[in-house]
Design a protein around this ligand. Structure first.
Ligand code: GDP
Ligand code: GDP
Length: 439
């Protein structure tokens, strides 16, 4: 049995409502801090649940065109990328503006795939607009599904159709006890070697089946009674001649893996050092609240003295100042050096990622922190923290009840974060803060 999640891609020309549909199906919109390096504004991937079945949704509209790429060729690329990566394609058209030449063009490409294509006519906001749907039959893609993303109409029927079209043999279930680990990093960093090394050492529960069109190859392994799902992004490269040269697509694929993971291994080639792509993926993993481990591979290639390891660690901490919490392991997939540590550390940071501290213990720490270092004030008014509570896990999230949000300050939040980490650890995981005013 293969263990891949079904992948559903949304394609269509600009402004038909792809991202509105994506956000509706995703159910929540997470805003991403813009000053983090390499982070795109919107998410391209999300996990969707319908009737207890899970799949990955991709918004191809979120994939920016290359410079100078005109819309039509960009759309062709998106359609091809979707057919390549996804198991099911949702082709979205605009029921208000009607059929356009660009729609015909994309339909022509999509008709060539043997994967299910579902034609979705969006912006049918009321019954009276339903007549607009008939025009789209001429695209030759079967019965159109009329929806209104804005008003959330027709989405249930559409999702029913989607899950009925899932190919056999994919996994749509969610098992809480499994630690999901994404192995990311630039091409040639040694991701496949690390995966193969782990598969050679640990008990493989389900073997990967060589994929032709899938986005990531998943494998279950078990170590000391703990199950892991290893999400490999390396296998992807081989697949598509069109995209393999484009670094951006390898970042996109990493993002799909990160989205599904609890723990992200950022594999760095020791000989080459940290690259821009590593910074991008790390920034995404951090923003998405995933536990992270830096795995510096090919350590056998480095000439070492007693300072090398310390200096390398320092270098990583300097390049990723927003991720001081992430542990660094130095391995060689080739010589097997420290490879047994990889899943051990992954398991450890996964437990930190899921950890909960009691409200009373948390407030002891906050109270002491406030006594040692007063909260900031502005124009004679001081920030008051009444109490705090951990309101989330994966990643840990703290809600602080305060007098006035305008008085909060990033540097004070960083101070509290450090105090919380000193006392409770939370190693390997980002933590998030939220403020509520209370009078
Ligand atoms: P994308 O470029 O395909 O991702 O399109 P967007 O999701 O950004 O939507 C383009 C515009 O269409 C926005 O102004 C949306 O508010 C609007 N829109 C999206 N869905 C609907 C819908 O169901 N009905 C109506 N009337 N407008 C919609
Ligand atoms: P991927 O593209 O990230 O999956 O990288 P691969 O696993 O395919 O490895 C790329 C190259 O690096 C291959 O030639 C591997 O043999 C080599 N490689 C991988 N791990 C190590 C290592 O720990 N030490 C050395 N010296 N070479 C390695």
């Amino acid at each position: 049995m293969s263990d891949n999640r079904p992948i559903v891609a949304v394609v269509g020309r600009p402004n038909v409502g792809k991202s509105t549909l994506f956000n509706k199906l995703a159910g929540k919109r997470i805003s991403i801090v813009e000053d983090t390096p390499g982070v795109t504004r919107d998410r391209i991937f999300t996990e969707v649940e319908w009737l207890n079945r899970y799949f990955t949704l991709i918004d191809t509209g979120g994939i920016e065109p290359e410079n100078g790429d005109i819309i039509l060729s960009h759309m062709r690329n998106q359609a091809m990328l979707a057919m390549d990566m996804a198991h099911i394609v949702l082709f979205v058209v605009d029921g208000k503006s009607g059929l356009t030449p660009a729609d015909r063009e994309v339909a022509q490409i999509l008709r060539k795939t043997n994967k299910p294509v579902i034609l979705v006519v969006n912006k049918i906001d009321s019954q009276s607009q339903f007549d607009n749907v008939y025009d789209f039959y001429e695209l030759g893609l079967g019965v159109p599904y009329a929806i209104s993303s804005a008003n959330s109409m027709g989405l249930g029927d559409l999702l029913d159709e989607v899950i009925q079209n899932f190919p056999e043999g994919l996994n749509t279930e969610y098992d809480e006890d499994i630690i999901r680990v994404a192995i990311t990093g630039k091409p040639n960093a040694g991701k496949s070697s690390i995966l193969n090394n782990i598969l050679g050492e640990e008990r493989v529960i389900v073997s990967p089946i060589a994929g032709t069109t899938r986005d990531a190859v998943d494998t279950y392994v078990e170590k000391n009674g703990q199950k892991f799902l290893l999400i490999d992004t390396a296998g992807l490269r081989r697949k598509s001649k069109i995209y393999e040269s484009v670094e951006k697509y390898s970042v996109i694929r990493s993002m799909a893996a990160v989205d599904r993971a609890d723990v992200v291994l950022i594999v760095i080639d020791a000989a080459e050092g940290i690259t821009e792509q590593d910074t991008k993926v790390a920034g995404i993993a951090h923003d998405e609240g995933k536990a992270c481990v830096f795995v510096v591979n090919k350590w056998d290639l480095i000439e070492k003295d007693n300072k090398t390891l310390g200096n390398y660690t320092k270098d990583i901490k300097e390049k990723f100042p927003f991720m001081m919490y992430a542990p660094v392991v130095f391995v060689s997939a080739k010589t097997n050096q420290r490879m047994s540590k990889v899943l051990e550390v992954a398991e450890y940071v996964a437990s930190e990622h899921a950890k909960r501290v009691s409200t009373s213990a948390l407030n002891d720490v906050i109270g002491e922190a406030v006594m040692l270092n007063q909260p900031p004030s502005d124009k004679g008014k001081r920030l008051k923290i009444y109490y705090g509570s951990q309101t989330g896990v994966k990643p840990p999230k703290f809600t602080l009840f305060i007098n006035d949000k305008k008085l909060t300050h990033f540097s004070y939040q960083r101070y509290l974060e450090n105090k919380i980490r000193e006392n409770f650890g939370f190693e390997g995981t980002p933590v998030q803060f939220e403020y509520r005013e209370k009078n």
